[in-house]
Each structure stands twice: as structure tokens, then as C-alpha cells.
Ligand binder design. Structure first.
Ligand code: NAG
Ligand code: NAG
Length: 214
């Protein structure tokens, strides 16, 4: 295993108020607590995950449990349902990427340069069984995010924005890479125990200035 391999995964901002900014990064050693914890009732697990393949542009992957990425080919789509009742909150799009030693029920593999890119779809345009590379949800109003680099042992806040943008419907985005083989099992772990969450989440925040450390 190459100690220099940077992970990557990008993720991102379905909420998209400030495209391109990685707002927070918290690094911890493997023996520390989870890079980030999730508060019960205050986050969304992706409602729908699927892949698309540039080399098989008409293939439908259907519902999946994993994020999967290959260089310039397989990309992953993550979609969240944001209830209308959250219109008054700020939505934080976060990728939580623990070290393998911090995971009990999940795992990941990655190898490559670690460059990932995100494109947000239009709120309300949701992926489903019909989704293929050639039949993606409708493009969103923002340009793709710049490349994001990620590595195990960190949590990345990709975007913070007002939840009303997608409240009452779905908000989805596509993440792809030009240089990395990566997969992970999206898993929230044990919210009260030592098994860390891994993957992409939308967390609700009330009364916190967006973009500042709590
Ligand atoms: C991937 O994209 C990044 C960011 O644009 C770039 O710096 C890098 O050279 C690209 N890598 C490959 C293998 O194309
Ligand atoms: C959301 O973020 C904005 C910008 O920082 C802040 O002014 C507002 O108070 C936040 N709202 C909530 C509900 O946290």
C-alpha cells in the first residue's frame, strides 16, 4: 500500500450556495474519534445512489449502496430528499472519510491521484432507474466545482447553503474523477458507538454561521 496515495472523492454540493469552496477540513489521527459524527435526526442519508458510465453511456445501474469511481469512466450520483420543514435550516454537504481502522461495518478502497469533481443537478431533478450517462438529471444552475482532494481520516465540508433551495424535493449531484479508482460502502455506522460514518451526508444546522468552525 502506497503511503502517499491520496484519496479522493469528491462530493458535493447539492445545496450549492458557494460552489468550489471546501469550507472545512478536520484532520485526526487514526486513534482519534471519528472525523465527524452525525447527530440523530439532524442529517439526511442519501435517498438514492447510482452510477453512470461514460464507456457504457446507455447502461442503467439502478439503486446502489456504494460510491464507485474509475478514472474518466464510472461516476456516482447521490440524491438527498430534503423535507419542506427544513426550509429554515442551513444544509451542509459533507463527505466523511474515516481511516479503515475507524470502520467496523463499512470499508473502502482507493488508488490514484485523488482528484474528484462535482456537478450539481437542478433541485427536483432526481436520479432513478432511468438514469444513465446519456440520461442524467437536469443540469443545475452552478458550474462544476473545482477538483477536490480527499484522504482517509478527514471530514470535508463541501458546501453550505440555505436548505430552502431544495426543501420539499430532491437535491442530487454527480461526482467523477479523472485519475482515481475508488469505492466505498455508504454507511452511517453506529451513531452512539465507535463505528464511524463514511460517505456523503447532508446535515442540518440552525443558528450556526455557515462556513465557520463551530
Ligand atoms: C486531473 O485533474 C486535475 C485537476 O484539474 C489535474 O491537475 C490533473 O492533471 C488531472 N489528472 C489527469 C491524470 O488527467
Ligand atoms: C445560515 O447561514 C447564514 C450565513 O452564515 C446565517 O446568517 C444564518 O443565520 C444561518 N441560518 C441558520 C438557521 O443557521
Amino acid at each position: 500500500m502506497k503511503s502517499t496515495s491520496f484519496a479522493a472523492l469528491a462530493l458535493v454540493g447539492m445545496v450549492a450556495a458557494y460552489p468550489g469552496e471546501v469550507l472545512r477540513k478536520r484532520a485526526l489521527s487514526e486513534r482519534d474519534a471519528c472525523p465527524r459524527t452525525l447527530t440523530s435526526g439532524q442529517f439526511e442519508f442519501p435517498h438514492y445512489i447510482t452510477q453512470i458510465s461514460k464507456s457504457e453511456p446507455d447502461k442503467s445501474f439502478g439503486p446502489q449502496y456504494n460510491g464507485v469511481f474509475t478514472p474518466n469512466d464510472i461516476a456516482s450520483i447521490f440524491s438527498f430528499d430534503v423535507p419542506a420543514s427544513r426550509a429554515d435550516a442551513n444544509c451542509t454537504l459533507e463527505f466523511i472519510f474515516p481511516a479503515q481502522s475507524q470502520l467496523q461495518t463499512s470499508s473502502f478502497e482507493y488508488e490514484g491521484g485523488g482528484s474528484f469533481f462535482f456537478t450539481g443537478y437542478n433541485p427536483g431533478s432526481c436520479p432513478g432507474e432511468q438514469t444513465t450517462w446519456n440520461n442524467q438529471p437536469a443540469p443545475g444552475p452552478f458550474p462544476p466545482f473545482p477538483a477536490v482532494h480527499m484522504e482517509p481520516g478527514n471530514a470535508y465540508t463541501i458546501d453550505v447553503g440555505p436548505c430552502f433551495v431544495g426543501a420539499g424535493t430532491c437535491v442530487a449531484g454527480m461526482t467523477y474523477t479523472n485519475d482515481t479508482n475508488f469505492w466505498f460502502f455508504q454507511d452511517q455506522g453506529d451513531l452512539t458507538g465507535p463505528d464511524c460514518p463514511i460517505g456523503i451526508y447532508t446535515a442540518y444546522e440552525y443558528g450556526l454561521p455557515a462556513g465557520q468552525e463551530p
